[in-house]
Write a protein that binds this ligand. Structure first.
Ligand code: GLN
Length: 424
């Protein structure tokens, strides 16, 4: 029911980002439109309204920028004939529609998928326990009952449940893109001269560094502060932050994201730990030459206060699932190698001191944050954004963990599912 692309072990065809290149069998425009018409007829789709309904049934977000040029056509109710299709659709959109009608989507049977996800959501909602983080005073105001969930597939199929449209501040969920941006700007070699790639085996804000006095990895506070130091260090903080916000915006489909100033001020005022971590790194002289550490910290605090809702977060996760190409716009926001590195570190270090356990049981790249946010990536299939503030003692959202465990029981999403015999 859920299509897994060819696994990384048996070939590479499924690894190419969707919608980046023409499909290999790209036909001439005329042939393409004729095939589209035939497919529509076979399915009994007589008008643009029928086609629109068909897209909705497949979970396709018909408001996505990728379909912008087809909106008028889809809303027109016009009869589907060769003339109308030719006049109303571009070849790229025609190809995408054909893919949908062929059933060649990341999630084949979307209504069934939606149902199962709703079921898992309900089970996760019943999970109790955990505490809302309070060490950043503004976070203590979060409602423990808030629970949002959204999914976006690599083809732009979307669903949302609960408080999926309530914005929350990302906190550590920003770390993967913070790292990806630092990589994109400086290259892997430079970045990893300054930050390691091993799990730390300790809390996210522990006062500790690795054997070389570098932060263990970019998914904990010290490593994220180090990555912030590598984002356009010579420029004013406002400009650097603007760049990071624009990066997030393109990852979520060219939508705006906001900044929660109250959280930023609240965190700045109570950030002794992070100041201490920065001092520790400074004392070992491991920041890149010319770094102004206070500015790197300021950029770090600001990034933790970027706020999004689950729907938007699921798109960022889907962009990573799609090798760096945003499924809603088709824009490449990061190189495949950057995405591979980011996902590797999310898999091994994204869930604090529970990362090994999470990789074992759930087997998906993920990143949690103290606001209760969780970004889950199912490579080649979809991205998931979740938000539920109560955290367990290691700092991971209780409902997020319950959801993730049940997700991989219901679907073969564990990245090593399918590499052993028999049903998973
Ligand atoms: N802003 C938080 C901090 O620095 C981020 C930590 C987190 O989400 N784990 O403490």
């Amino acid at each position: 029911m859920v299509t897994r692309p060819v696994s990384a072990f048996s070939g590479f065809s499924g690894r190419r980002a969707r919608f980046e290149h023409d499909r290999p069998d790209a036909a001439t425009t005329r042939e393409l439109l004729a095939r589209l018409l035939r497919c529509a007829r076979d399915e009994g789709l007589a008008t643009a309204t029928d086609l629109r309904q068909r897209l909705l049934l497949s979970g396709i977000d018909i408001d996505m920028p990728r379909l912008a040029d087809a909106r008028r056509f889809l809303d027109s109710g016009i009869a589907l004939d060769a003339e109308a299709i030719k006049a109303g659709l571009t070849p790229d959109i025609g190809r995408f529609l054909l893919q949908i009608l062929d059933g060649d989507l990341a999630i084949e049977n979307f209504p069934v998928f939606e149902n199962r996800i709703a079921n898992i959501y309900a089970h996760a909602q019943a999970a109790t326990g955990g505490e809302v983080a309070s060490y950043i005073p503004e976070l203590a105001k979060q409602d423990p009952d808030s629970f949002g969930l959204a999914v976006c597939s690599i083809d732009g199929q979307r669903m949302a449940l609960g408080d999926a449209e309530t914005p929350f501040c990302l906190q550590s969920v920003m770390k993967p893109l913070n790292y990806a941006l630092a990589l994109g700007l400086n290259g892997e070699r430079f970045v990893h001269e300054h930050v390691g790639r091993e799990p730390s085996g300790q809390g996210f804000n522990e006062l500790t560094l690795n054997r070389d006095n570098r932060p263990h990895n970019p998914m904990i506070n010290s490593g994220a502060i180090m990555c912030s130091a590598m984002i356009r260090p010579g420029r004013p903080v406002a400009e650097r932050f603007d760049m990071l916000m624009r990066f997030w915006s393109s990852a979520i489909g060219s939508q705006a994201c906001s900044f929660d100033e109250a959280v930023y001020n609240s965190e700045r005022g109570t950030a002794e730990r992070n100041f201490a971590l920065a001092k520790l790194m400074e004392s070992h002289d491991v920041f890149p030459e010319g770094s102004i550490v206070d500015r790197a910290l300021d950029l770090y605090f600001r990034s933790c206060a970027i706020s999004l809702d689950c729907r938007a977060l699921s798109v960022a996760a889907a962009t990573l699932a799609n090798g760096g190409v945003c499924p809603l716009t088709g824009h490449r926001i990061a190189e495949p190698a950057t995405v591979r590195n980011t996902l590797s570190l999310m898999l091994t270090c994204g869930m604090y001191d529970f990362s090994g356990e999470f990789a074992f049981v759930v087997g998906l790249p993920a990143k949690s944050g103290v606001s209760g946010g969780l970004m889950l990536v199912v490579p080649g299939v979809c991205g998931i954004g979740l938000w539920s503030p109560p955290l367990d003692r290691l700092g991971n959202p209780v409902r997020g963990l319950e959801f993730s465990r049940r997700l991989v029981e219901a679907f073969p999403f564990h990245i090593f599912a399918g590499t052993t015999d028999g049903p998973q």
